[in-house]
Write a protein that binds this ligand. Structure first.
Ligand code: COA
Length: 256
């Protein structure tokens, strides 16, 4: 539903706020679609100079809605989640994220495609893909080993270990960890506004240059990960893991 993603203009900044707190901002197909459309429109709108993605003070997002995954698993490049991934990946202007509270699954991997990331110190980031019977997504299998080294990336992607905002900043996933959510949002808003006073074409050209090396390889990897992820969503492992989450019990993989 549209009220689950709020859009707001603050000068040249388009703010996208995930707003489904009762489900920890879990992302449904309609939320992905709304975010994809807003990002694509912002890219075309010369008055938008930067994009700010946030979930507000309490929660960034708990990732893809698990009930949606069970009932209508996305597949293919036309799925809403893929449209969202593509829109952010191709967004030509600066994208800034403000992360408070939990950031799970795509809540963490989308940060790898933002240009600036601010986190509250006690934010909790996590990519539990393998424990859900899934695989890394959105280029994380390429970006994280390069950014963090194979050893640390293994902890985060294969074991799904949680990490704090403070660690995210220390490891270069985020620019800065701030002491609370108010400071995090204020910093992100301030930085997003700063882009408004810079020459827009120089900014867009420079972002493109910075992202150009490996860009097509990364695009291809995102597609390959997406294909495997879609297959795995139908696997007995994933269905057991996700059903267990919804039923608030431990998954049982012993008979699989
Ligand atoms: N999909 C669907 N529902 C979700 C959800 C998700 N990704 N994340 C949370 N919810 C729902 C819960 O089922 C619960 O619903 P209910 O009140 O109707 O029972 C509600 O949101 C609150 O979640 P809860 O788990 O009780 O909150 P918490 O504060 O104890 O924990 C999280 C918050 C974010 C740590 C926890 O919900 C979580 O780990 N979610 C992640 C799910 C996941 O694996 N996502 C990755 C998909 S790749």
């Amino acid at each position: 539903m549209s009220e689950h993603v709020l859009t707001e203009r603050e000068g040249g900044v388009l703010i996208l706020r995930m707003n489904r707190l009762e489900k920890k901002n879990a992302l449904t197909r309609s939320m992905y679609k709304r975010m994809a459309d807003a990002i694509n429109q912002a890219d075309q709108d010369a008055s938008v100079r930067s994009l700010l993605i946030t979930g507000g003070h309490e929660c960034f997002t708990s990732g893809n809605d698990v009930a949606d995954f069970l009932q209508a698993p996305p597949s293919g490049l036309n799925s809403e989640v893929f449209m969202f991934m593509q829109a952010l990946f191709d967004f030509s202007k600066p994208a800034i994220a403000a992360v408070c509270g939990p950031a799970v699954g795509i809540g963490t991997t989308l940060l790898l495609h933002c240009d600036l990331v601010y986190v509250s110190r006690d934010a909790t980031l996590k990519m539990p893909f393998v424990s859900l019977g899934l695989c890394p997504e959105y280029g994380s299998s390429m970006i994280l080993p390069r950014l963090l080294g194979q050893a640390k990336a293994t902890e985060l992607l294969l074991l799904g270990s949680a990490f704090s905002g403070e660690q995210a900043a220390a490891w270069g996933i985020a620019n800065q960890a701030l002491h609370d959510s108010a400071a995090t949002l204020a910093k992100a808003h301030d930085m997003a506004q700063r882009f408004g006073s810079l020459p827009p074409t120089a900014l867009v050209d420079s972002k493109r240059l910075m992202r150009a090396p490996d860009r097509e390889q990364l695009r291809q990897i995102i597609i390959e990960e997406g294909e495997l992820f879609s297959q795995r969503l139908h696997s007995p492992e994933a269905r057991e893991a996700m059903t267990a989450f919804m039923q608030r019990r431990k998954p049982d993989f012993s008979n699989l």
